[in-house]
Design a protein. Structure first.
Length: 488
């Protein structure tokens, strides 16, 4: 399931090298944070950050010369996702969209403004994350993808060094990798060859843990909007500070019903409008994040450690215990039987053994449905059925599609009992998914973490006449109603 398992490497050896033990079944929600390169005490990481800025400077200078053709935008600004590192948002797999023309045009249009040279810089350094601060469309996945592509040479050498020393010769292979490093003389990308860990004819990349973060990068738009009030206070120019405060307050006064206190959403909207009017605020925000940079490594370490604990260590425990359940890894007759039997076995483990501990992060419930989906999907191994995330067909992506052949397909949808749209989803969404995927069969899984969730879900099912529907499976993941001596 993980790198250490497949490549016959002791996890301690991988940890000693500093690399994260990636899943080879599904992307894990981790991302490379370029701020961790900038703020690192390692000279090689600082050099990587400088190389990123050098390439951004090249792009900025080219952008300032005039409009670029689509061909040059594709050559210089577009990048495929480096899916071989197994990080990102994909559940059951490692495919991603990469950085296409929309990202290219956005970056091309903003570079000359965002990365303009100044005689009196406010922040210590430029940061590529600045692109994500000005608009909502560029998030942690885009920043991580861009960073990964620009440090790909380092990651390839890092992985090759480990493979030649620790990976059995039968499980490594020579690959020619496209777009490894940039030649500033020819203004083009160079391909190179490496000996790398190989699985199913494809290479696998290792990434140092101390480059990674979960959740958001240290510099990000949501953090800027949430803590916008701290930014104007950092402005030393009194006139500018007053102009910013005045504009922000005018935005709040212009909202509907200005007599009532502003909501958090309205404050964020006012902050976004103010930032668009005064883009120099971004530099003050970045300077504040630089000053608090020592916290970045600690925060990222905790996030990575949590991901490793939940999606690597706890998952190994889960799969081992599910394997001990009767019939969990035997194959039912139809895809619907397979989907329902896996869900019911998962329910049995969570409710009647110690499984509830594993679907909580350090005693706290999973915060969103994606975590539950990923966790269940990773445990759904060893099956003769095809299990995957269906592509978005315009009606939204299905959580899981279980199939065998063209005419035998069932869907699995996960919801949290706390989901505010649960009633509407049960009434309409699943039927839409079934029609779009040409199957009348689906299993709906609702995970409850509190007694209030349970009561609410039971009420919704009664109102919809679905209380006795066998395709709706409720999982009690509460930790406050389990006996202290749960069976192991």
């Amino acid at each position: 399931m993980n790198f250490s398992d497949f490549f016959e490497v002791p996890p301690a050896t991988l940890a000693g090298y500093g690399a994260f033990d990636v899943s080879l079944i599904s992307d894990l929600p981790l991302f490379i944070d370029p701020f961790l390169l900038f703020n690192s005490s390692k000279p090689e990481y600082q050099a990587l950050h400088e190389s990123i800025l050098k390439y951004l400077t090249f792009l900025r200078d080219k952008s300032s010369e005039g409009p670029l053709s689509d061909g040059l935008l594709r050559a210089w600004f577009c990048f495929k996702e480096v899916k071989e590192n197994w990080f990102g948002f994909t559940i059951l797999g490692n495919g991603g969209r990469g950085l296409g023309m929309e990202f290219a045009r956005s970056l091309n249009g903003s570079l000359t403004t965002l990365f303009a040279d100044t005689d009196m810089p406010i922040a210590e350094s430029h940061h590529m994350e600045k692109v994500s601060l000005i608009q909502d469309g560029v998030g942690r996945d885009s920043i991580s993808d861009f960073t990964t592509n620009l440090i790909k040479e380092f990651l390839l050498e890092y992985s090759q060094t480990f493979a030649l020393t620790h990976v059995p010769a039968k499980k490594r292979k020579n690959f020619t990798i496209r777009r490894v490093s940039f030649n500033y003389d020819t203004e083009s990308w160079i391909d190179r060859s490496y000996t790398l860990p190989a699985k199913d004819g494809k290479f696998v990349l290792l990434t140092p843990e101390d480059m990674l973060t979960g959740d958001e990068t240290w510099i990000n738009r949501q953090d800027l909007l949430n803590h916008f009030s701290t930014v104007p206070r950092a402005i030393t120019d009194a006139a500018l500070r007053e102009q910013v405060s005045n504009y922000f307050n005018r935005q709040l006064r212009s909202r509907p019903r200005p007599s009532r206190p502003p909501t958090q959403k309205e404050k964020k909207a006012a902050a976004g409008a103010t930032i668009a009017q005064f883009p120099e605020l971004l530099d003050f925000y970045i300077a504040l994040k630089e000053m608090a940079g020592d916290q970045a490594a600690n925060v990222s370490y905790r996030r990575v450690e949590e991901t490793e604990e939940v999606f690597v260590e706890q998952l190994r425990t889960l799969i081992g215990k599910l394997g001990s359940l009767d019939n969990f890894y035997q194959q039912p007759v139809t895809s619907y039987d397979e989907a329902l039997s896996r869900v019911l076995a998962f329910k049995q483990y969570v409710e009647n053994q110690d499984g509830y501990k594993l679907v909580n992060k350090r005693g706290q419930p999973f915060s969103n449905e994606k975590d539950v989906q990923l966790y269940f999907g990773l445990a759904f191994t060893g099956t003769a059925f095809d299990v995957n995330r269906e592509p978005d067909n315009g009606r939204g992506p299905v959580d899981f599609a279980v199939s065998r052949g063209a005419y035998d397909k069932a869907l699995i949808e996960f919801k949290l009992g706390s989901n505010s749209q649960l009633s509407r989803n049960l009434r309409n969404q699943v039927a839409v998914y079934e029609a779009a995927n040409r199957t009348p069969k689906s299993v709906k899984v609702i995970v409850n973490y509190t007694a209030n969730d349970e009561r609410r879900v039971q009420r919704i099912l009664r109102e919809l006449g679905l209380s006795d529907d066998p395709s709706i499976v409720l999982i009690d993941a509460r930790s406050d109603n389990k006996p202290s001596g749960s069976r192991a």
